[in-house]
Design a protein around this ligand. Structure first.
Ligand code: MLT
Length: 397
């Protein structure tokens, strides 16, 4: 009889955000008229920027004409888009990335989930705790449960996971961090690069929230750190920077010189990822890539930048609300997440906020054991709803 992958039984029953959605549905059944304020999953609410929507629809309509129709696209993504990304996200900021090192995809969740397929089964994997659950779950699915080493981010270390004394092979880093909002400083990131070079480890740098970094002293890209091209690759997404959570477009940067061990020799990670993507992925649709290209136009940068600024303003409002009440707060300055220490069970706090204030948050313990006692607020809401949430919570805290 066909057997299931045994490692799926090592996962928790449902993915974190599915559990939250189920609880919210139950609440709505009992309280059908109560308007909810959703600050749980980090899903954007502002509509697509006008210039982006225009490019999206024009490309879709062109697909209905003989001249404008396009079939399969280039595997790595259209070159105009990769060139615009290399220029605007990297070269204009003094960071050396070639368009040929960029792979366009349909989301960072997919890329960070799939990347572990490139590596041997029995490697030692470092994963911060708390962190985005996909890093851990994808490695458990691949049979690496006993090879995962959690790197604690705690109140004691300011929510910053630092290099351990033990050598690891693969390390996931997320900055600005999901869920804590903490951003690695240049020195902290340099200590990880030094660790990786010393241990011949590979760093997977998830920079999906890079657009939220406003402080010019903080690195947006790991490639700002000398030596990183020899030990790191980077994930970026348009989901939160340009409202693409439903549209789906992201990219992964794999430096051409990045090599890892393979039997008695070494192999380029670029070759492995290219082989994986060209075999198992057929690219992002042309209208989506045309929309992404419009994000990199002057008008697109202006329009999407205003949305990021508005979400950041929400984050500041939330962070200040909790700080004024004496709570310990992380994130919210250069990140769209506000991570609040409540000192009570995270799911209990989730239930309280939902049932008494109709505010949906994410329980910190859903991101790892070290998240216990915290809740995460997503600032991806309208300013009016954030104000309503703050008003509703005033009576509870
Ligand atoms: C989150 O809320 O953590 C994110 O929206 C999840 C994601 O980007 O997949």
């Amino acid at each position: 009889m066909i057997q299931a992958n045994p490692h799926y039984s090592e996962l928790s029953d449902t993915y974190l955000f599915v559990t939250i959605a189920r609880k919210v549905e139950e609440f709505k059944k009992v309280n059908p008229d109560r308007p909810l304020i959703r600050m749980g999953i980090g899903d954007v609410v502002f509509p697509l920027a006008p210039s982006v929507a225009r490019a999206f629809s024009e490309a879709a309509l062109a697909m209905a004409t003989p001249e404008g129709f396009r079939g399969y696209g280039p595997e790595q993504g259209y070159s105009e888009l990769r060139e615009a990304i290399a220029r605007i996200d990297y070269r204009d900021k003094g960071v050396d990335v070639d368009p040929s090192e960029i792979f366009i995809s349909d989301g960072s969740k997919c890329d960070v989930g799939h990347i572990q397929e490139l590596f041997a089964p029995e490697i030692h994997v470092g994963i911060p705790d708390p962190v985005y659950p996909v890093y851990r779950d994808s490695n458990i699915m691949a049979g690496r449960k006993d090879f995962i080493h959690l790197i604690p981010a705690t109140r004691q270390n300011g929510m910053v996971p630092l290099p351990p004394s033990e050598p690891l092979d693969l390390v996931y880093l997320c900055s600005p961090n999901n869920p804590t909002g903490a951003v690695l400083s240049r020195d902290q990131l340099a200590s990880w690069v030094e660790y990786a070079l010393r241990n011949k480890a590979l760093l997977l740098f998830d920079a999906a929230y890079a657009a939220y970094i406003q402080d010019s002293e903080l690195p947006r890209s790991i490639f700002e750190i000398p030596g990183a091209r020899d030990c790191a690759l980077e994930f970026r997404s348009l989901s939160k920077s340009a409202g693409f959570t439903g549209v789906r477009c992201a990219y992964t940067v794999v430096p051409k010189e990045l090599r890892i061990a393979s039997q008695d020799s070494t192999v380029r990670v670029w070759d492995l990822w290219n082989r994986r993507q060209s075999t198992l992925f057929n690219g992002v649709s042309w209208p989506v890539q045309a929309a992404a290209l419009a994000v990199y136009s002057e008008q697109g940068q202006h329009e999407t930048g205003s949305q990021v600024a508005a979400y950041l303003e929400n984050a500041r409002m939330l962070a200040n609300f909790f700080r004024d009440r004496g709570y310990e707060v992380y994130g919210g300055d250069n990140a769209p997440y506000v991570w609040v220490y409540l000192g009570r069970d995270s799911w209990e706090a989730f239930d309280l906020f939902l049932n008494k204030a109709a505010v949906v948050v994410t329980p910190g313990s859903g991101f790892g054991d070290q998240g216990q006692g915290f809740v995460r607020f997503s600032a991806f809401q309208t300013p009016e709803k954030v104000q309503q949430a703050v008003d509703a919570l005033k009576d509870l805290l």
